[in-house]
Design a protein around this ligand. Structure first.
Ligand code: NAP
Length: 660
């Protein structure tokens, strides 16, 4: 064992998947050179600098310029040829050093060294450093773990208990952070299993459409993901494992649904009416209510005329019935969004006939590795370079900060509207159309309908490795663009007078995302119902708190969804941490609760709205599910992760009323 394995990072880690040691490197210099050739240099150099305690290797000239991604990724963050050559030489001697000195662990990272590595990866963005430390989760004082403990405030007879509603990605984040602070909580889940969207969506082909290493908790950094874009079942298993490692599995009350919660001002408590499968309804009291009940949860099934007359099978993508055998059948898929993009390529080869009903074509970003496993080189690096996976995840996070914002920001009076919103956006449009031309070569009729008539980025862009075009080009496939007029007993009639005879109809028609807290009655101060307060336009300060609803916290509430940048897990970990900070403020003051002011929410909403109006999805001629029925963009966070980090840094007393 090497000297460096003494006083390693392990005690500092806030990571449920922590592995202190990697395997010994035994490869020859030539083999190592081949590995370096295929590695992502910034992540590798950062890992080597940390493992060898030598940040001097991170020379200024080797800094990745972070060339923003558009239709292409830029290898090594856009490092120039010369820098790449030098970087490879440095990485190779680093790997040789790890091998020769048998280094299998990273020594405890000194603050100065951490700053230097972060400055290297972020190309000198010192204002990103704190957020990146949170994401790296190696320095104990900078992980998202609470820095206070409930027991320091606990008073007998005045216990504080929270109710967390939902055990999907958000609920698990919240529960873990609450458990770390020692704040007593119950967690309920309406389904029979945890995992939220990942246990519900079981359709063929379901998988991530963001890179796997950009889709995990900072406190649960799994290293051995098999796929570059994880399959649905892999994500669900990850969530099960996280919950188990965090000690949450046995705590979740399954088959248990929140029906209503009413604020009792005198007691300073929420009175929650909860139903339990098979056990009726009961009322329980909590001091805080944390809604983690999901954003894309309620299927949108359009009311096509005579839908009920159809004698075949109909199912929404989220309500996939695994007993239905679609093989050899005539299948209709309605919708061409993210779910359809995964279902159609997964089933088309085995069905007798396929009809895809398209209203608007999707924009697709090239992702050649979409269905690929991680490379052998990548898994070697993960096994043999100390904490490589952790540095690679951080590198993914760094690239995700600016993301693709520069491609969707609108220019005023842009002449090519409504096809694009700016020069850059138009360039992206042209490049993506060129790719479509290649994919649909020899199929001019399909190509015509494959080109969207709205700006790239106005709706969620899909990841494409060519399978969508392949499926639509198949001889037994039809792309129907004529609107659906009605269903018949045996199929679907379109406006062009064609009757499509089908056995199975799959609704890949999305969700009702703007209906936050649909089906749950939340009644705040003075009997105010949250849906009456919102009037179909859900708003929450920092996406978390709502005026008049004390100690009510939304984890993944309105206006916090990232669409061209950032990490979902960061946003909802941070929302959970913000909720805990609020509870800390309440406990410190010996108050009952806190309620955010209307002014604070209005300021927040005006800030977010102004920015959303600058984006492709905020243009008046664009129609997207990011907007609610009032036309306001209520889904999207239009800034980077850094602005959210700053916005949620503290719970400002001047923005809150404390209830005693
Ligand atoms: P979606 O993106 O909203 O797509 C719904 C599709 O149905 C659109 O093509 C829409 O057409 C069409 N549609 C809706 N109502 C219709 C009607 N009345 N008649 C005809 N067509 C209709 O829904 P989704 O594919 O389920 O995806 C929703 C979101 O879930 C995604 O944006 C993404 O955030 C998430 N998701 C993620 C993954 C992943 O990570 N792997 C996978 C699936 C979904 P228009 O475009 O004309 O509205």
């Amino acid at each position: 064992m090497s000297e460096n394995s003494v006083n390693t990072l392990a005690p500092a880690a806030d990571d449920l998947f922590w592995q202190a040691n990697s395997e010994l490197i035994t490869e020859s210099d030539e083999q190592l050179a081949r590995i370096v050739d295929q590695a992502d240099l910034p992540a590798l150099l950062a890992a080597i600098a940390a493992a060898t305690s030598n940040t001097a290797i991170l020379a200024e000239e080797l800094r990745p310029p972070l060339t923003p991604v558009d239709t292409k990724n830029h290898p090594h963050g856009g490092m120039g040829e010369e820098a790449v050559l030098k970087g490879k030489a440095v990485a190779l001697s680093g790997l040789i050093q790890l091998r020769d000195q048998q280094i299998t662990a990273t020594p405890a990272l000194q603050p100065q060294a951490a700053e230097e590595i972060l400055a290297y990866l972020s190309n000198g963005h010192s204002e990103w450093a704190d957020m990146l430390k949170h994401e790296l989760s190696i320095l104990p004082e900078n992980s998202g773990a609470p820095t206070w403990q409930y027991e320091d405030f606990a008073v007998a007879g005045k216990e504080f208990t929270a109710l967390i509603v939902g055990s999907g990605v958000a609920g698990i984040a919240a529960a873990h952070r609450f458990a770390q602070a020692g704040v007593p909580f119950e967690i309920i889940e309406a389904s029979a299993r945890l995992g939220g969207t990942w246990q519900k969506n079981k359709y063929p082909g379901v998988r991530l459409d963001t890179p796997t290493f950009g889709y995990s908790y900072s406190f649960a950094q799994k290293a051995d993901w098999p796929h570059q874009f994880a399959q649905g079942e892999e994500v669900r298993e990850y969530l099960e494992t996280v919950a188990a490692k965090a000690g949450l599995s046995g705590k979740i009350q399954y088959g248990t649904r929140l029906i209503s919660a009413t604020w009792d001002e005198a007691a300073g408590q929420w009175e929650a009416v909860i139903s339990q499968d098979g056990n009726g309804v009961e009322t329980r009291r909590f001091n805080a209510l944390i809604s983690a009940s999901g954003q894309l949860d309620i299927p949108n099934i359009p009311e096509f005329p005579n839908r009920d007359k159809f004698a075949g099978i109909q199912m929404h993508s989220q309500e996939w019935d695994s007993s239905v055998d679609w093989r050899g059948k005539k299948v209709a898929v309605i919708g061409t969004g993210a779910s359809a993009y995964q279902i159609v390529p997964a089933i088309y080869q085995d069905v007798e006939e396929l009809v895809v009903f398209q209203r608007n074509a999707p924009w697709m970003l090239p992702a050649p590795a979409y269905h690929q496993e991680v490379s052998e080189t990548f898994s070697w690096l993960v096994r043999k370079v100390p904490h490589y996976a952790q540095w690679f995840r951080l590198w993914t996070t760094v690239l995700g900060i600016p993301g693709r914002f520069h491609t969707v920001r609108a220019e005023e009076n842009w002449p090519q509207a409504p096809l694009s919103v700016s020069r850059k956006n138009h360039q992206v449009r042209e490049e993506l159309i060129d790719l479509l031309r290649e994919q649909f070569e020899g199929h001019p009729d399909l190509l015509k309908h494959a080109i969207p008539s709205y700006p790239p980025g106005a709706k969620r862009m899909l990841r494409d490795n060519g399978v969508w075009a392949q499926a639509l080009k198949a001889e037994h496939s039809t792309l129907e663009v004529s609107p659906i007029v009605e269903f018949t007993e045996t199929g679907i009639m379109t406006a062009d007078g064609v009757h499509h005879e089908v056995d199975i109809v799959i609704y890949a028609t999305g969700f009702k995302p703007s209906d936050y807290l649909d089906g749950i009655e939340i009644v705040g101060r003075e009997g105010l119902r949250i849906h009456d307060y919102w009037q179909a336009d859900a708003r929450a300060h920092n996406g978390v708190t709502v005026p008049g609803f004390p100690n009510f916290f939304m984890v993944y509430g309105p206006n916090v969804g990232g669409v061209v940048a950032g990490s979902l897990h960061f946003m909802l970990e941070r929302a959970s941490e913000y909720a805990l900070k609020a509870i800390h403020e309440v406990l410190k003051r010996d108050a009952k609760a806190l309620s955010v002011t209307q002014e604070a929410l209005d300021r927040f909403t005006a800030w977010v709205d102004a920015e959303n109006r600058q984006m492709a999805w905020g243009q008046p001629y664009v129609k997207t599910w990011y907007q609610n029925s009032k036309g306001r963009v209520s889904q999207v966070w239009p800034f980077t992760n850094i602005e959210y980090w700053e916005a949620t840094e503290s719970v400002r007393p001047d923005e809150h009323e404390f209830l005693r």
